[in-house]
Structures are given as C-alpha cells and as structure tokens.
Design a protein around this ligand. Structure first.
Ligand code: PLP
Length: 358
C-alpha cells in the first residue's frame, strides 16, 4: 500500500528510521536489553517534556490512556477538581474525572476561544480544597494553543496540582513540563511514532500525592506506581510490554534529540506559516486568530460538501486531512502538520490539490 500523506489530526507519517527500529526482534519483557531501551526512553522523554522530573515513562495505549492515567492516579472519590473545557478533549477529561468519583467544577469556554486565567481563578475561589486543575494545551478539536503558565501559577497558589494534556503539542511546541505536575501525550503526533504508547511525566509533588492516596487507584492497569516498578528496579512484571512499540518510541525520540527541540519547534511554526499563507490566498477562513493558532493543527471553515471533498483528496491525491469533531462536526477542516508530516513539500502538495479542486 502506498504511504498516505497524513495531514490530519494524527497519526502523522512514521519516519523510515522508526519503521526500521520496529524490525528489531521481539524480546521478553524482563530482558536486560529491553530495560536498556526503557532507560533510554525515560532519559529522552525528560528532554522532550523539558523536565527534571524523575518520573517519566510511556504507558501502554494511546493518548486516552495518558488522560485516564493522569486523572485516575490523582483523583480519589469525592475529590474536588477543576477542569477547563474549550473543546472536545477537555469535555472527555470531565467525563473521565466523574467516572473516578470527582466532584467536577467545569470552567466552560466557547469553542474556539482560549481560556482566561481569570475564569480559572474564579473557579479556584469557589472550590474548597481543589485537588487539581486540568486543561488541554493543544485542543486538537479547534486548533488553539492554550497559554498554561498563568493558570498553573494560580492553581499552585490555591494548593491544586496541574494536569496538562499535551497529546498534540509534545515535540512540536514547548510544554515546560517543570512548571506543571502531570503532563501526558501520545506517540503518533509530533513525536512521530505509530499509535500505541502514551508518554507521561509526574512532578515530585504529584508523585507524593499518588504515594499517599487513601484508596488504591481504581484502574489497576494504569496504576503508575505499579508501572514505575516495572520500568525501573526492581523491574516487577506488570504486563507484557510491546518491545516493538518501545523500539519505535526510542527511535522517534532519538530523531527529536538529533534535530534539537528548538529547531523542531521552528520547523513546525515556519511550515505552518507557509500553509496559512497559501490557505489565505485560496480564500479559506481560519477558525482561530493567528496569535492563538496551533502550528501543528490548523482549523478552517469547511466548504459545504466537505466530506465529499475530503474523500476526493484521499482517493485522488492520497492526502488525508481531518473533518470536524463534536460541535464543529461538518463545519471545519482540520489540517495537521505534525512530526515527519510537517514539511514544505507536503504543504505544497496539499495547496496544489486544493487549488485544483476549487
Ligand atoms: N487529547 C487530545 C488533545 C487529542 O488530540 C487526542 C487525540 O487526538 C486525545 C487526547 C486522545 O488521544 P488518542 O486518540 O491517541 O487516544
């Protein structure tokens, strides 16, 4: 099958070096060579998360596994939590937190607008003993880069931990992992691997909270304490880890290290700027103003026959782009420039195809 040009909300195109790494033979989950791969991933994850946190590992599963682990490990039934929602994935956080027994205070922003720190502060004032504030850094459903720093500072002032979803931003935008408490992501977007692992990092403060829970985590599979004891000494069996996916993650992270984080951020921004210019010239309307726009995910108003045109792009031009989600289903197109997919060549291919279709 021909390699698709993947310009949707993820997965992104997997680099050849990563596919090659995945051909290494499968070994047992307690093989010392696999432990070396785990150590290498942890070291490289700290770099990409921009953190000194000791706790950094990759969970089995996709981004949703990261979301569930972040919330489930911190929440105990009856805890008060604040969740800022401005798109589809923030709403999922609320659903998960409620399933873990949290009393959720939802800070709801209109889709397409960033969340103001004042809105979060008002919620913090109204919530006694807030356990955590959770927020999505890169809302893939709308394409906003949400500022986190002020919100994180306020949350800490009120004694709350900060959970940030960086599923779409990690590896493409700075995430400042040291200024928040739990950050999770996925392998298949700006990290540039196949779907199947979810990187996560936990601050010492949040780790302490996890260690001193009054009740066990409701999810056994995503219990970070058990996973930590597999990833590190004493390497106690937890589940049959996938060496193939771990090789992929190690190789993808190695490529990021070789490119350099700053270069990688610049490549995502400059490639996106070329896309924005071309889309503007073709007369498309952007859903998000440029200062708040995500480089790796651009949402534009879709033509009326959007699903049919997207199918034509896929069938005739071999290019995948995304449609809308939730409230914006049928109304927008979402164009992703993530990881290896993020090249000027792909931008030109897409703009050329769109020009022909108009
Ligand atoms: N959070 C955000 C912001 C996402 O964009 C996604 C997926 O697109 C997820 C969570 C869920 O990730 P996954 O589909 O890998 O489980």
């Amino acid at each position: 099958m021909e390699q698709r040009i993947l310009l949707g909300p993820g997965p992104s195109m997997v680099p050849e070096e990563v596919y090659q790494a995945m051909q290494r033979p499968v070994v047992g989950y307690l093989d010392p060579e696999l432990f070396e791969v785990l150590t290498s991933i942890q070291k490289r994850l700290r770099l990409v998360f921009q953190t000194q946190n000791e706790v950094a590992l990759a969970l089995p599963g996709t981004g949703m596994s990261g979301m569930e682990a972040a919330l489930g490990n911190l929440i105990e039934p009856g805890d008060s939590v604040i969740i800022a929602v401005h798109g589809f994935f923030g709403a999922r956080m609320v659903e998960i937190a409620r399933r873990y027994g949290a009393n959720c205070k939802v800070v709801q922003q209109t889709w397409g607008q960033p969340i103001d720190s004042e809105m979060v502060e008002a919620a913090l004032k109204e919530t006694p003993n807030p356990r955590l504030v959770a927020i999505v850094h890169a809302e893939t459903s709308i394409g906003i880069a949400q500022p986190i720093q002020d919100i994180a500072r306020l949350a800490h002032d009120y004694g709350a931990l900060v959970v940030v979803d960086c599923v779409t931003s990690l590896g493409g935008l700075p995430v400042h992992g040291d200024r928040v408490d739990v950050v999770y992501s996925a392998m298949q977007k700006c990290i540039g691997g196949p779907p199947g692992l979810a990187p996560i990092t936990v601050s010492p403060r949040a780790w302490e909270r996890i260690q001193t829970r009054r009740s066990p985590n409701l999810s056994w599979y995503l219990d970070l304490r058990l996973l930590w004891d597999y990833w590190n000494e004493p390497h106690i069996y937890h589940h049959t880890a996938s060496p193939t996916l771990l090789y992929a993650m190690d190789a993808a992270l190695r490529l990021i290290e070789e490119e350099g984080l700053e270069n990688r951020y610049r490549r995502h921004l400059e490639t996106a700027q070329a896309l924005w210019q071309g889309l503007g010239e073709l007369g498309f309307r952007f859903m998000i103003d440029e200062p708040n726009r995500l480089p790796m995910l651009t949402s534009i108003e879709a033509p009326v026959n959007e699903a049919e045109l997207r199918q034509r792009l896929l069938r005739n031009c071999n290019i995948e782009i995304g449609g809308g989600l939730g409230e914006w289903k049928g109304k927008v197109w979402r164009i992703g420039l993530m990881g290896r997919s993020c090249t000027r060549e792909n931008v030109d291919l897409l703009l050329g195809a769109l020009t022909e279709m108009r």
